[in-house]
Design a protein around this ligand. Structure first.
Ligand code: SR1
Length: 325
């Protein structure tokens, strides 16, 4: 560890230990989030300890205790179930370990919360739904309660339905696991078969959208269905832009940027500098049409064309290197 010249302590010496503790590791979003966190940690000469997430609340608690015992200076908690984290997070804070939470509401004034402006994300997607389909259609909706970003997006969906009586939710399903897309595909197949009049599916997580697309293609419903999602990855861009794809729009941040922002927030906290309690990375609407027209094929293409996909102004400081991508 060499340290960063001009950085405040302890970053001037380098090798500051930080833990990244995730609830979910599988899937493009979480892999890219981790890659962004690792790149930012490297740029800060942070010794980042990554604990893999396996959708297991007990294991995540255990990992927080392990991180405390390792003597880390900071912990980034990426998703999780708030009810199983409160007391162990408190233990970390009492040892003067700084904690940053991404997409899990820890409701602790000492913990900055990072999010992707989920209300705006869902609103942008639903505005596009109305633009493409009007206000009179039958919908399918993919949702699993208990995940902060999905709960926030759900608030917008509920309000949207209550304001548009012609939009009728005929089926609701969803699954979050290490096989989210394929399990959601099985559920979507049953829901679409039972409700063949569904013409729009709001699936605000890319693994959900991938599952619905799989089901639609298997059933031969690809032409009569439109899917709207959250998130983006290179694989998603390929699925959205391929010929005849029913996946017509997504609203997304660059997850690698969100991972980098989470590490920067932890670094600022460790250095004793001011960090807002609410840190948001704003998402962008990406339609099938706009992606095709711009010839976008990868997330790197997006980063070149849309500034928000290559960096965020959130949680920055002059001593923090931000040239990551
Ligand atoms: C199970 S929660 C999945 C969501 O977490 C992140 O906020 C991503 O945007 C993803 O949609």
């Amino acid at each position: 560890a060499d340290g960063l010249s001009g950085a405040p302590a302890p970053f001037d010496k380098g090798g500051v230990k930080v833990a990244l503790i995730s609830y979910i590791s599988a899937g493009d979003f979480f892999q890219a989030y981790q890659a962004g966190a690792e790149a930012q940690a490297k740029a800060l000469d942070i010794d980042l300890r990554v604990f893999p997430g396996r959708q297991d609340a007990a294991e995540q608690r255990e990992q927080i205790l392990q991180a405390i015992n390792l003597g880390v200076s900071g912990i980034v908690i990426d998703h999780g179930l708030p009810e199983s984290l409160g007391d162990v997070v408190q233990q970390a804070l009492e040892k003067d370990i700084k904690v940053v939470a991404f997409d899990v509401n820890l409701n602790n004034p000492k913990v900055p919360q990072v999010e992707q402006s989920d209300h705006e994300l869902a609103s942008l997607a639903l505005e596009q739904v109305v633009k493409d389909n009007g206000k009179d259609f039958k919908a399918g909706y993919v949702y699993v309660a208990g995940f902060a970003p999905l709960d926030r997006r759900n608030e917008v969906w509920e309000k949207f339905k209550s304001e548009n009586s012609g939009i009728v939710e005929k089926a609701r399903f969803g699954n979050v696991s290490d096989t989210t897309a394929t399990s959601t595909a099985d559920q979507a197949k049953a829901a679409l078969t039972a409700n063949p009049d569904i013409s729009v599916v709001f699936a605000p997580y890319d693994e959900f959208a991938r599952g619905v697309k799989l089901a639609a293609n298997d059933l031969g419903f690809g032409k009569k269905l439109k899917i709207y999602s959250a998130d983006v990855s290179t694989a998603d861009i390929q699925e959205i832009t391929e010929e005849g794809s029913p996946w017509v729009a997504t609203v997304a941040t660059n997850p690698a940027v969100v991972g980098a922002v989470s590490i920067r927030a932890a670094a600022l906290e460790i250095a004793g500098q001011t960090v807002p309690r609410q840190i948001t990375v704003k998402p962008t609407l990406l339609t099938q049409e706009s992606l095709r027209a711009a010839g976008v094929k990868t997330i790197e293409d997006l980063a070149q064309k849309i500034p928000a996909f290559s960096k965020s102004d959130a949680a920055t400081a002059s001593w923090i290197p931000d040239k990551l991508f």
